[in-house]
Design a protein around this ligand. Structure first.
Ligand code: B12
Length: 484
């Protein structure tokens, strides 16, 4: 088995993200038939049977999992106390509470404890305002002290394998190992991870899993306390850390200018030209040349531009999936209502309601955008998905060219106060102020008024139930088309 260890370690990070999306959501000891659902879309595979044999027993697989952390534990795992899960939850996002947000501190404590029990070597605990904004000093202190508490008060870090022999943990380990193996085999059949990435399959699987999890949360099958159960009627405002984007940008530009003034420009140009040459001829060590250029104070942008001259810029293929969201939520009354409303709209207007989901600026968080795009498609919308990093002018142009009814901006990296008013302005310039603009993502409640005043019709933050937002958008759209 050892000979496959390196390969498996590379694959595990991805696999665990997918396994976590599809598996951690449920109470692990129960079997959930929905989890065996076939993916909505599968890519053709070139079966090239280099697939390693299935792990003989769980114990081996567990060791493989820990190997990526440099550990060699004999056994100890489970969704509930899983170091890999804890490490990747940062990139998953679904478990974060927004309403009744203090519960996030408890969630973090539970996850951190799981990681510690699983002998993680590196631990990150999110702040309780994780789903709202960057942490304040207050929330960051609680996050840090959660770790110190576990380390110094609970003694769990002093024990070797505290869960040893737990039947429950063993059975969870067995389950996750076999499910992970299915993903690994799929990748192997495509010729390995590099080839799989080219086909877009790993990203697709993550997006499917995210959509499925969202559907489970939206339909209430998976409980998130404070989000889909035990909601408060009224949430007290929370102090958040506010960052002035424009000020930060100006400061960064000034620092860059200062850096460039102080460097040997000729040497930098030469180092960048060497990089371009190396990419062109494939002779020399590109990493070494990049390190040299950086030493001369070339920026990351300049170094990648030097490569781009030859190889161009990678453009991700945008795929939207359908059928995944509805497969989990088809009996949800709000979902049924949203579907009825899109049908009625189509009968009346002669076409489906059409929405474009846009990502603008430097914001690379596309999970939410993809999830809502899938959900709206299943509700009966025609959905267009803009590429990452669009400018407001580009997003507005695409919305106009595609003649959408609604432009939905997904904003997670705090660019909303700059980019949303700009896109509204661009739509006006194109004579299409009738296109309804809505916003979603990590937008603090404090900014809602600002956005409404700028012309946004509705705002949907973390915890939004997709069918509910679809119904709200259709109500706004219906009101507009009835007025016209
Ligand atoms: C996953 C994640 C990442 C992943 C992104 C993977 C990906 N491909 O998307 C990775 C690890 C790459 C990442 C990187 C970074 N991240 Co991040 N990330 C998150 C995290 C934990 C979860 C986001 C998520 O996917 N949630 C799940 C989806 C389904 O939820 P959602 O997007 O909120 O969508 C729901 C609603 O908001 C709404 N919605 C969303 N979009 C739309 C659109 C429309 C039209 C509608 C109607 C509704 C709607 O409906 C959805 C369903 O309910 C959040 C924290 C959080 N809990 O939100 C931080 C967070 C967004 N990240 C943050 C930061 C700072 C970063 C980094 C800058 C970190 C760094 N220093 O490098 C980088 C930036 C990368 C970049 N270029 O943008 C900050 C942003 C701070 C802010 N806004 O002020 C956050 C809030 C964490 C924090 N509190 O500090 N991140």
């Amino acid at each position: 088995m050892k000979k496959y260890t390196t390969l498996l370690c590379l694959l595990l990070a991805l696999v665990m993200v997918m396994a976590c999306f599809t598996g951690c959501a449920k109470q692990p000891a129960q079997s959930d038939p929905a989890d065996t659902t076939e993916p909505a879309q599968t890519t053709d595979t070139t079966p090239e049977d280099s697939t390693p044999a299935e792990p003989a027993d769980t114990r081996e697989t567990v060791n493989i999992r820990f190997a990526q952390f440099g550990n060699n534990l004999d056994d100890l795992d489970g969704y509930a106390n899983d170091p890999i899960k804890a490490a990747i939850e940062q990139a998953v996002g679904h478990h974060y509470e927004l309403d009744d947000y203090q519960i996030q501190a408890v969630t973090e404590g539970r996850e951190a404890m799981g990681a510690a029990l699983g002998h993680t070597q590196s631990l990150h605990t999110n702040a309780l305002d994780e789903a709202i904004a960057l942490p304040t000093d207050f929330s960051a202190r609680i996050a840090r002290n959660t770790q110190i508490y576990i380390q110094e008060e609970t003694y769990v870090c002093k024990e070797i394998d505290p869960w040893a022999g737990s039947y429950y943990v063993e059975s969870l380990t067995n389950e996750i190992a076999h499910r992970a193996w299915a993903h690994i085999q799929e990748i192997e059949k495509l010729g390995g991870m590099a080839k799989a990435i080219e086909t877009g399959l790993p990203k697709l699987r993550i997006e499917e899993a995210a959509a499925r999890t969202q559907a489970r949360i939206d339909s209430g099958r998976q409980t998130i306390v404070g989000i889909n159960k035990y909601r408060l009627d009224h949430e007290d405002p929370i102090d958040i850390l506010e960052i002035d984007n424009t000020e930060v940008r100006n400061e960064q530009c000034a620092r860059l200018e200062q850096l460039r003034e102080g460097r040997d420009e000729e040497a930098v140009r030469k180092a960048l030209a060497d990089i371009t040459e190396c990419v062109r001829t494939k002779k020399g060590n590109l990493l070494d040349l990049a390190v040299k250029a950086a030493g001369l104070r070339a920026s990351l942008g300049e170094i990648s531009d030097a490569c781009e001259e030859v190889v161009g810029r990678y453009k991700a293929i945008i795929r939207t999936i359908s059928g995944v969201y509805s497969s989990e939520t088809k009996n949800d009354p709000d979902f049924i209502r949203a579907q009825q409303m899109t049908e009625e709209f189509a009968k009346r207007e002669g076409r489906q309601p059409r929405i474009m989901v846009a990502k603008m600026g430097q914001d690379g968080h596309d999970r939410g955008a993809k999830v809502v795009a899938t959900g709206y498609a299943d509700c009966g919308f025609d959905v267009d998905m803009g590429p990452l990093f669009q400018t407001p002018a580009e997003a507005a142009r695409q919305a106009v060219e595609n003649d959408v009814h609604i432009l939905g901006v997904s904003s997670l990296a705090a660019g909303h106060k700059t980019l949303v008013p700009q896109v509204i302005e661009e739509l006006k310039k194109l004579g299409r102020e009738d296109i309804i603009v809505v916003a979603g993502g990590v937008i603090p409640a404090q900014d809602y008024d600002f956005l409404y005043r700028a012309g946004v019709a509705a705002i949907f933050g973390p915890g939004t139930r997709i069918p509910v937002s679809a119904i709200r958008m259709l109500e706004i759209l219906n009101a507009q088309t009835e007025d016209a």
